[in-house]
Design a protein around this ligand. Sequence first.
Ligand code: VAH
Length: 316
Amino acid sequence: MSEKILVIGANGQIGTELVTALRGIHGAENVIASDINSPNYAIRNSGPFEFANVLDKDNLHHLFDKHRPTQVYLLAAILSAVGEQKPKMAWDLNMTGLLHVLDFAVEFKTSKIFWPSSIAVFGPHSPQYNTPQYCVMDPNTVYGFSKLAGERWCEYYYVKYGVDVRSLRYPGLIGWRANPGGGTTDYAVHIFHEALKKGKYQGFLSAQTALPMMYMDDAIRATINLMDAPAENLSIRSSYNLAGISFTPEQLAEEIKKHIPDFEMSYADSDPRQAIADSWPKSIDDTQAQQDWGWQLDYDLAKITGDMLTNLKKII
Ligand code: VAH
């Protein structure tokens, strides 16, 4: 029987690319994109679309009942920076949406659920380097503790109700097909656009702020690899660490200069996102993902930079 996949939050940075990838694998007609907003350019006319509001239980129930999806990817979320501006809305959307989807997965016996977590689940007292799968986790952003609470709910529904929900702690994600929205790591995408348009960029994080990042191609491949893995191989039902590649804004600027020698980088100070970034790990240990489902990173900083500039040049 072919898969019937529902992607909620399809217009977002991950959703846009995941819908395209899943439609390439399963056939466009078997991947229903949904979002609270109209479909974006990449998704419009490339397959079925439904409006979805994760806070509207009846709307979501209708989508589950109408399509009887075998897999659901719940990507709708408010990220770290916007979450600090709208804390109650971020908590409500990130939590209520997940609980609706988990409840409907039980009711409709959905085979698999994917829900994104983040390295934002770690906090100031978590180990800062090679942060392990298990350690002290004291996130101090609403986004971070909503993701930590969500991980606990995912494991709870797996243990108590047998819901096959799977999750990844994504690092900051970098891609050219869709822009990020409202995150602390967004500088690592904006810098490429500005470098090509203006030859300069003022970053909102300090030069030495190292953060784990990942190219979107790797993130999508990790997501599909995890979802395709045999359930019996998975030892983690909260969310798997994903290390990506750690670098600083200064290192990224230097890599860009190898392609655009006159590129000028500068740094704003006192941006509220600096405190968020400072609370996160500098690097992550993803040994468990490597052992359980064979994860291997492909894109390093040089490859990310080259691919971003090559592709953005065609559309800027
Ligand atoms: C954010 N892009 O900046 C997200 C991500 C690790 C960061 O979760 O909020």
